[in-house]
Ligand binder design. Structure first.
Ligand SMILES: [Zn+2]
Length: 205
């Protein structure tokens, strides 16, 4: 099945409006160039991202790139499921009511920290995500949910002292400047997001 055919059912590319939102998020400093040196990656990383078969390889490759700068044999403990970090926030609209996926995901992260000795957790959301589409979670709310997931991990797993970094992967598709490299991963600046979108910063862990 062609990528375009598969994506028509599960996902789609950015709309013109979403492309403008991404551009503004970059200009506002919410989405930043990733500087892997600012993260503690010498023991590897626990990477939580969406299982999306059309984007997960690019997301993984980026994680591998930043970890390799500090860890010769990149240790990437991958926790991938549909929706990725959207599943972690308490009462997330990405989860069905009455399920325990948020707690189960937290358990998986705790297990990885304890058994593998990796303190750094990467939460990587993405546009466009099929789960976000199905649950009508827009770009800004996606970022808010990722930041809330960070707060929850820091709070609920405090005993393990995790370091949590948030990223946003964008598939520019037809809007790509370089068609051979249509996808890019950005760092999410929590403080810039809270400053720029105070009304979005209402989610609590
Ligand atoms: Zn997704």
């Amino acid at each position: 099945m062609l990528r375009e055919d598969a994506m028509a059912g599960l996902s789609r590319g950015l709309t013109t409006t979403e492309r403008i939102i991404v551009k503004e998020l970059k200009e506002q400093g919410v989405l930043k160039h990733v500087d892997g040196h600012r993260l503690s990656l010498e023991k590897g990383v626990i990477s939580c991202f969406c299982a999306d078969c059309d984007r997960s390889a690019d997301i993984y490759a980026h994680q591998q790139g930043i970890v390799r700068e500090q860890c010769k044999d990149p240790r990437i403990h991958m926790l991938a499921d549909n929706g990725g970090p959207l599943l972690i926030t308490k009462n997330s609209p990405a989860n069905k009511v009455g399920r325990t996926r948020d707690i189960d995901f937290l358990d998986s992260i705790a297990f990885a920290i304890e058994k593998k000795g990796i303190q750094t957790v990467a939460l990587i959301g993405h546009a466009i995500c099929g789960v976000a589409l199905e649950r009508e979670i827009g770009l800004l709310r996606t970022i808010a949910l990722i930041l809330c997931a960070k707060s929850r991990i820091k709070q609920d797993l405090k005993r393990l002292d995790p370091k949590v970094a948030c990223f946003y992967h964008v598939d520019y598709g037809e809007f790509a400047t370089d068609p051979s490299r249509p996808m890019k991963t950005y760092f999410i600046d929590k403080h810039e997001f809270a400053r720029t979108f105070p009304s979005q910063h209402i989610f609590t862990a």
